[in-house]
Design a protein around this ligand. Structure first.
Ligand code: PEP
Ligand code: MG
Length: 653
């Protein structure tokens, strides 16, 4: 049985945050690891109560042990974890310092920092121009350079990001813009100021017109920032491609920018802002890039500094010492080999089921960029959440019926004989649509978003439902449709009526608003299934914006209030004899997945990267064990207690 003695690096010992991080890390491992103080009784590293009871202090030696396939890698992974000081945001002795953020995409990496620079600022007064002809040529060349750079990025980008980049390149090439710049330079304005002022005047006109046109202002801002950067000889404000593997640091990163990141070159992503369930976090995870958000300390990092990033614990170590680097690297290797092992184990089990054979559909969340990797996952039973926003975002006009039909058909053809649940457009909040302006909303998450968008733009839903129906007709996949952000039974009935009128046979809605969970029984009278979006259900239950990192404690899917709403919804499904799935990020947490099954959920849909561990976790537990974990988690007073009660239930059975 593999064993390892290791010194606890955390100065405060295995208490508070380091203990919680250790338990979370242990819960992700495919085998159970025990931890003991020298000569003491071994405790389960997945149990917070047992870990706290060890009373291990910084500098103490502990012994890790595990049994079964993958035990050695699991012990190595926890040993590497314990060898790092995980005290939140505290500098360490020596030259290394750490910054704490929220880990949103697991994995570890070490590399040099490359920052995403903000838009360049121009001094208030412009210098005089000596040679206006030369200055004009400089200005035009800068705009052309911007267009060419955007073309290059466009060619390398995935479909949804390419659209945005192509439209911006077209603005940079606009002859009317070039003319306005030329007029200003001829009047004596230096090139950077001429470009800035010409764009500013177009921008002001668009903003004054309001609505759809006002929303194009951001594209002009982008062209202005890029052209001014070229003229000043400073880097352009877009995800840099320095030509070597690096850790990308950004204040914030738009989902479209995240979608264009190359996982071979971006070792990890750290943002100063952002929240754990924002779409940037979800995209980073689907691309397999370790990511940390809400890391305020990262704002002070400079290009070239070496950092170690832990996308699980959210710790960013600046100037890690050589021992740190080798620990991170060996942990990365251990994680990679464990993932491969888990994938093998899971694949050999085929469809999702518990140890005693209770079937649970395991499905994938797909949002466009990750379609290729999802299609290759032959051991999933299909797509449980197709986020169709990828077809709509960054478009100047709505995609046509024919365009949509072709795009959906491409997805369905990759999943022959399998289920594909298509979610209709979920616009609003961080996914605005240029062609369907929702106007300024003081509180967009509580405003017109999701299915509410169609009150104002009914033709968008009609066209989408028709395109999905045509693409699915006589096609290879079993196509279901569902609507996001449904709050009432009237909305559910209206959506179901419309979908059925377009020929859809299996129609459902997402449960993302507490009123939908509380009213699940009535809603299930009018639809065929429901799928619980725990990301939004958490934000609305806890009244905590999912994009705000500072609220991460509230945004914990183990919150007992959330578990109770899920239990109610599952019970409504069981009495109606209709499926109840979970498609939020919670479904990808192996321990929580077992609890969800115990609560009565019938399918789990997750990022492809999470599937092997969830498959393996369910295969290790009987349905009764899942139910027992669920009962204990439901009875717990806090999220922390629910998590540890679920883990403890498992070890006691
Ligand atoms: C959810 O809210 O849990 C969900 C799956 O939808 P999205 O993350 O796309 O809002
Ligand atoms: Mg949602």
């Amino acid at each position: 049985m593999p064993q390892r003695r290791v010194t606890v690096a955390s100065r405060i010992g295995l208490h508070a945050r380091p203990a919680r991080l250790l338990v979370e890390e242990a819960a992700r491992l495919p085998v159970r690891v025990t931890i003991a103080k020298d000569g003491g009784r071994p405790a389960d590293a997945r149990s917070i109560l047992s870990v706290l009871a060890l009373n291990a202090r910084g500098g103490d030696t502990v012994v890790l042990a595990a049994d079964g396939e993958g035990a050695e890698q699991a012990v190595e992974a926890l040993a590497a974890f314990l060898a790092v000081d995980h005290d939140a945001g505290q500098g360490r002795a020596g030259v290394s310092t750490t910054h704490a953020g929220i880990g949103v995409s697991p994995g570890v990496a070490v590399g040099p920092v490359v920052r995403l620079v903000g838009p360049p600022e121009l001094p208030a007064t412009a210098p005089a121009v000596a040679d206006t002809e030369a200055e004009m040529a400089r200005a035009v060349a800068a705009l052309q350079a911007v267009a060419a750079d955007l073309d290059r990025r466009c060619a390398a980008a995935v479909a949804e990001a390419a659209e945005a980049l192509a439209a911006t390149a077209m603005i940079a090439r606009d002859p009317v813009l070039a003319y306005s710049v030329a007029v200003l330079v001829r009047a004596g304005r230096a090139a950077p100021w001429a470009v800035r002022d010409a764009i500013e005047s177009f921008r002001a006109k668009l903003v004054a017109k309001g609505g759809y046109l006002a929303e194009r202002a951001a594209d002009l801002d982008d062209v202005r920032a890029r052209a001014v950067a070229v003229l000043l000889g400073v880097p352009m404000p877009s995800p840099p491609r320095p030509g070597y593997p690096h850790v990308l640091i950004a204040g914030n990163l738009a989902p479209a920018d995240t979608a264009t990141l190359d996982p071979n070159s971006v070792l990890a992503l750290v943002t100063v802002g952002g929240g754990p369930f924002g779409h940037t976090a979800i995209l980073a995870k689907s691309l397999g890039i370790p990511a940390v958000v809400a890391c305020t300390g990262a704002a002070g990092l400079t290009d070239g500094e070496v950092v170690a990033v832990d996308g699980g614990s959210g710790v960013v170590t600046v100037a890690p010492d050589p021992a740190d680097v080798s620990r991170v690297r060996s942990r990365a290797a251990a994680m990679a080999s464990m993932a491969a092992m888990a994938a093998r184990t899971a694949a050999s089990h085929g469809p999702g089921r518990t140890a005693d054979g209770h079937p649970i559909k395991l499905l994938l969340n797909v949002g466009g960029a990750d379609l290729d990797s999802a299609g290759r996952r032959g051991d999933s039973e299909g797509i449980g959440l197709l986020r169709t926003e990828f077809l709509f975002l960054h478009r100047q006009t709505a995609p046509t019926l024919a365009e949509q039909e072709a795009a959906y058909r491409e997805v369905f053809e990759r999943f022959p004989g399998r289920q594909v649940v298509v979610r209709t457009l979920d616009a609003g909040v961080d996914k605005p649509l240029p062609f369907a302006s929702l106007g300024a909303q003081p509180n967009p998450a509580l405003g017109v978003r999701g299915v509410r968008t169609f009150w104002r733009y009914p033709e968008l839903l009609e066209t989408q439902l028709e395109a999905i129906a045509r693409a699915g007709k006589d096609g290879p996949a079993r196509v279901w449709v569902m609507a996001p952000m449904v709050a009432t039974v009237e909305e559910a009935a209206a959506f179901a009526g419309l979908a059925r009128a377009h020929g859809h046979g299996t129609v459902g809605v997402m449960v993302e608003v507490p009123s939908a969970a509380l009213g699940a029984e009535s809603i299930l009278d009018v639809v065929d299934f429901v799928s619980i979006g725990t990301n939004d259900l958490t934000q609305y239950t806890l009244a905590a914006d999912r994009q705000v990192g500072a609220l991460a404690r509230l945004l914990d899917p183990w919150q007992p209030a959330l578990l109770r709403l899920i239990a109610m919804t599952a019970a409504a499904g069981a009495s109606a004899g209709k499926p109840v799935g979970v498609c939020g990020e919670a479904a990808g947490d192996p321990l929580l997945a077992a609890v969800l099954v115990g609560l009565g959920v019938t399918s789990l849909s997750m990022a492809a990267a999470d599937l092997p561990a969830v498959q393996a976790a369910l295969a290790e537990r009987t349905l009764e064990q899942c139910r027992s974990s669920a009962r204990r988690a439901l009875a717990a007073p806090t999220a922390e207690a629910a998590r540890s009660a679920a883990g403890t239930a498992r070890t006691e059975q």
